[in-house]
Design a protein around this ligand. Structure first.
Ligand SMILES: NC(=O)c1ccc[n+]([C@@H]2O[C@H](COP(=O)([O-])OP(=O)(O)OC[C@H]3O[C@@H](n4cnc5c(N)ncnc54)[C@H](O)[C@@H]3O)[C@@H](O)[C@H]2O)c1
Ligand SMILES: [Zn+2]
Length: 365
C-alpha cells in the first residue's frame, strides 16, 4: 500500500524546517539531504541497537548521493547522554575532519538525537544537523523543537542548547522493530497532545487505539503528523520556553519526580508521564474545572494503551518526590508549577498547586 508523504513545517523564520513523515524514507535519505544544501561530509550518530538495523541503509543512501560519511556508534540507553560520550564524539568529529560546512545526522531515539544535536550545537560553535528519529517518542517529540542536551549527575538535561535541525525524517517503517514496551511508552506522549491541544485527536485515539497499537501505518502516520503539527505550532510561538511551550509538560512535573526517585531504568519516560498525567488530571478536577468524566477518559485511554496509571508510594518516597519537584529545573524559587486541564484539548500552564493536593495526587487512596 502506498502511503502519502506527509510534511509538517516548523515555522521559525530563517531557521524553519520540514518534518517528513512516511514509510520507506531511509532509502531516499541521501537524495533528501542533497536538497538541503549541506556540506559533503557527514557524521552519522547512532546507537548499538539501531546501527545493526538501519545504519547501512542510511550510509549507502548518503554515499550514493555523493556524501562522505562516517558512523559514530554509542551504547544504547540514557547513560550515553553524558559529557564523556560527547567528548568521544568531539574527538571522532575532529579525527574525521568535519568542518563548518559538514553536518551530523542523528539516527535513533531521543538519546541519540539529544546527544547528536548537542554535538552539532557545540562543535565548531555549531554545525548543521538532521534528525532521523526511530522511536515513537522521538518522532512525535524529541526530534522536533531544537532542544538538545546531556545529563549531569545532578539531573537530566542540565547542560544543553537550542539548536534546530535542518530537517526531520520520520520513517514509519523503523517503528516496526521497536519493542512493545517502548512503543506504548511513546503513546503516552501522543495521548498528551490530545489532552493539551486537540480534543478531536484525543477522540481519534480512543476510536483507533487497536489499529494504532498494531502499528498500522495509515492511522499511525496521520497521528504522528498531527502530533508534529501541534509541537511545531507550539514551538513556533515559543521557541525557548518562556511561556506556551510549557504546556508540553502536562503530566511531566510528577512524571519527572517519579523518574528521579525510582532509580535508572525502572520506569520508561512514557510510563512515568502516564502516571503523571492521571495525577495532573485529578488536580485539574480539583482546581481548573476539568470534569470528572474527562479525567476518567484520560485515565482510561492510558490504561487501555497498557500504561501504568498509579503508583503506590510510602510517606518517605512521597517526600523525596516533593523534593525532586522543587529541584526540577523548571521550578523557580522552590515553587512547583503545574500544567492543568480545563477540558480535554485545553490546558493552562503556570498553575500553583497546594502541597496537600499534590500529596493526594501522588498517592491516591
Ligand atoms: N529534546 C527534547 O525535546 C526531548 C523531548 C523528549 C525526550 N527527550 C529525551 O529523549 C530520550 C528518550 O528517548 P527515547 O524514548 O527515544 O529513548 P532511546 O533513545 O533510549 O531509545 C529507546 C530504545 O529503543 C532502541 N531503539 C531506537 N529505535 C529503535 C528501532 N527503530 N527499533 C528497535 N529499537 C530501537 C534504542 O536503542 C533504545 O534502546 C531521553 O533522554 C529524553 O530526555 C528529549
Ligand atoms: Zn516527555
Amino acid at each position: 500500500m502506498l502511503l502519502p508523504m506527509r510534511k509538517v513545517k516548523v515555522p521559525l523564520g530563517s531557521r524553519s524546517y520540514e518534518i517528513h513523515i512516511a514509510g520507506g524514507l531511509l532509502a531516499g535519505i541521501g537524495k533528501a539531504c542533497a536538497r538541503l544544501s549541506l556540506g559533503k561530509r557527514c557524521a552519522i550518530v547512532t546507537d548499538d541497537q539501531v546501527a545493526p538495523l538501519y545504519a547501512k541503509k542510511v550510509e549507502q543512501s548518503l554515499q550514493a548521493a555523493g556524501f562522505d560519511t562516517f558512523t559514530f556508534v554509542v551504547p544504547h540507553g540514557e547513560p550515553s547522554k553524558r559529557l564523556e560520550m560527547a567528548q568521544r564524539g568531539y574527538d571522532a568529529l575532529a579525527a574525521h575532519r568535519l568542518e563548518r560546512g559538514s553536518f551530523i545526522l542523528a539516527l535513533g531515539g531521543g538519546v541519540v538525537g539529544d546527544l547528536a544535536g548537542f554535538l552539532a550545537a557545540t562543535y565548531l560553535r555549531g554545525i548543521a544537523f538532521v534528525q532521523v528519529p526511530t522511536t515513537l517518542l522521538a518522532q512525535v517529540d524529541s526530534s522536533v523543537g531544537g532542544k538538545v542536551g546531556i545529563n549531569l549527575k545532578a539531573g537530566k538535561n542540565l547542560v544543553g542548547a537550542f539548536h534546530q535541525p535542518r530537517a526531520v525524517f520520520c520513517d514509519l517503517d523503523t517503528l516496526d522493530t521497536l519493542s512493545e514496551r517502548e512503543f506504548r511508552a511513546g503513546m503516552a506522549e501522543v495521548i498528551k497532545y490530545g489532552v493539551i491541544y486537540d480534543a478531536r485527536l484525543f477522540a481519534r485515539l480512543e476510536r483507533e487505539l487497536p489499529q494504532l497499537l498494531r502499528r498500522e501505518a495509515k492511522p499511525l502516520g496521520a497521528v504522528i503528523a498531527r502530533c508534529c503539527e501541534i509541537k511545531a505550532e507550539v514551538v513556533g510561538q515559543d521557541e525557548t520556553e518562556s511561556g506556551l511551550r510549557a504546556i508540553l509538560n502536562f503530566g511531566h512535573t510528577i512524571g519527572h519526580a517519579i523518574e528521579a526517585t525510582a532509580g535508572y531504568g525502572k520506569f520508561l519516560h512514557g510510563e512515568a508521564i502516564s502516571i503523571g498525567q492521571v495525577a495532573a488530571a485529578q488536580l485539574s478536577v480539583a482546581l481548573t474545572g476539568l470534569s470528572p468524566a474527562d479525567a476518567a477518559r484520560i485515565e482510561d485511554l492510558l490504561a487501555k494503551t497498557g500504561l501504568p496509571t498509579q503508583l503506590k508510594v510510602d510517606a518517605r518516597r512521597r517526600q523525596r518526590m516533593m523534593d525532586a519537584m522543587k529541584l526540577d529545573k523548571k521550578s523557580s524559587g522552590g515553587e512547583v508549577k503545574f500544567v492543568l486541564a480545563k477540558k480535554i484539548g485545553s490546558v493552562l500552564f503556570g498553575q500553583k498547586v497546594p502541597a496537600d493536593l499534590i500529596h493526594q495526587a501522588i498517592s491516591p487512596k
